[in-house]
Design a binder for this molecule. Sequence first.
Ligand code: IFM
Length: 742
Amino acid sequence: MKKLDENTFDPRYINKFASLMTAGNGYLGLRASHEENYVDQTRGMYVAGIYNKATANEPSDLVNLPDMVGMTIEFDGEVFSLLTGEILSYKRQLNLENGELRRDILWKSPAGSRFRLTFQRFAAKNDLHVLATKLTVTSLDKPAQMKIVTGINAQQTNFGRQHLIEEKVRVKEGDLLQGIYKTTESGHTIALAACCTFSANAEIAHASKNRQLLSTIKLELQVDTPSILEKMAVVFTSLDGDLRGESPEVASEAALRSYSVAGYDALLHKSAGQWAQFWKEKRIKVASTRDFDQLAIDFSLYQLEIMTPAHDERFSVGAKGLTGEGYKGHVFWDTEIFITPFHLFTEPEKARKLLRYRYLRLKQAMGKAAANGYEGALFPWESAFTGEEETPEFAAINIKTGKRQKVASALAEHHIVADIAYTVVKYYQNTLDETFMKKEGLELLKETSRFWISRAVEETGQLVIKDVIGPDEYTEHVNNNAFTNYMAWFNVEQALFFMEKYGDHDHQLKERGHEFLNRLYLPKANDHKIIPQDDTFLSKPEIDLSRYKKAQGSQGILMDYSRQEVNEMQILKQADVVMLLYLLPDLFSQDVISENLHYYEEHTIHDSSLSKAIHAIVAARAGDIDKSYEFFQESCLIDLGPNPQSSDEGLHAASLGAIWMAAIFGFANVSIKNQRLSLDPKLPSEWSELAFPIMFQGSRLHIALTHKQAVITKVSGDDVCIELNGTEFLVTNKVEVELQYI
Ligand code: IFM
């Protein structure tokens, strides 16, 4: 399997690689900041669900926890830094296969002595609380005195906002460092413990000052003799579901003792075993003329795995996963529409948990609806732990006007309600999980429907939905956004369907629901076959966007035009009507889909990372594979591309999910039609094979596609009836079915 490499040390990329090479396990994420300090480096360790408000009126931050991997290293009094002396060789690799990050450096100190340093670390996949690190140092020219200062550093902040009270720091039994912290507003306890072991005799002293609990370790390096330092660390919090009655403090001490005895290599071996299982069950394999495709897909799966808190349904996935503080770690529609599909089609239990996260916050969503004068559930645009709306009230200051701009998403980006409902339905279609659907699913569908019914207003004899923001955030406060109206319609239609199915007797809701379906205005394609994005969009002026499209992702247009000006032109930040064509393809004819893809592509800058891959999927389904592959490749570059700053504050979680989606829903064209798994594959000419696993209605399938053949193998579960290019056949228990479809 491919590894993600960094072959030179370039300070401009220090934070991008810190995000890209994050180690994690869904419980915690540890940015790949270097052990040694660099001024511009943002260290970060986050635990899913641990949020806090720095001041009462601010939204919650995903708390940047105290650092346990930082080290100051000195050789004969000279501080090791890649900015001094000479780098004779440098290689850093994230091994996607086993989750280990490794950095090999040959460094010549300013005084001219050469040292070989190897740094290794991983977050254990089998035991979510463990972070293991290892440093191997060899002096190549002469004996040297090495000094390392490392420990638990609680000077970390979220871009300057401090979230933790240092409650207690201690050194236990002479070697175990422990820090107990409490979040200032949410009141969560964090217990951290760390312990170092060495291969050679070392002198060790401990001290605590200014929120740092540090060990100073001194040892003599002999020429050509590697010295090894292992540092084991554990993280426990009062939110942990596996404390078994113990406090985080007690749990952290006991756990650390046992892991330190096991040692780095043994722990890595165990963790690697779990990764091996993950890849066996979930890997997509492509035979492509471009090696990068496989790397991008492996990378996205690795990240999807480590961003998802599968251990606890009280947490969900932030827009940057656990790789950085961008968007304050908040949960958006990204989770349901971009991240859940991967889980749904590979391990549906995880998709269920992500939906349960929403279900557990239904009360808050109903509170938000009521507070805004609506019925039912209005889910927050940005969510964290409590389920209250977390969208910041104001965005950054507009440096032209000096005014703070209001963020309108919490007030009007209501499509999230239907996005959640949509995913509930997709979850059921894949799993047929009646237990979930009868309870959580139905309640979610009913309350979201109630919202839409109360959200629509009467105008010229029909129902309309006014003053919304669709997915395209460059177009605000519009009426009848096509995406929103169709999705709301689907939401209510599905609620009625499941109410009927389960004999729900809420007659009033049924009646109002039917009226909504009959009377809601659904924008139709015009004479040119174009579906208007909203009531006014198509009458707005157009400008040549090629310059901005070339710099997609940079939001460069906002340097030339104010938001208000952009709002008054036909300019899309991201897929909107095309998103609708992706989610509800059966409502539109092939030519309408193709025309709209073409029209809206011309008007879309793709300044959001949630955009390109959706165009890739719709293009693939429309048969334009070359264009689709081009879009796919560009999507793969969102985080992995050469732009130095693009991912500094964390990776684009949704776009990583979208890479999986583009391969499976685009090129393999997998969908669920009439309760059947349907495939209509068309591979890019650069790919000779695409092979992947799929879970469908409890059965595990393996699908291998070439340009000439589809081989579908049932790995486990009941026989599955599938539709391939429109023809039905049964994949039975023991038979491996081969199909000639071209
Ligand atoms: O949810 C997205 C939104 O669609 C575009 N802006 C960024 C958000 C978080 O990824």
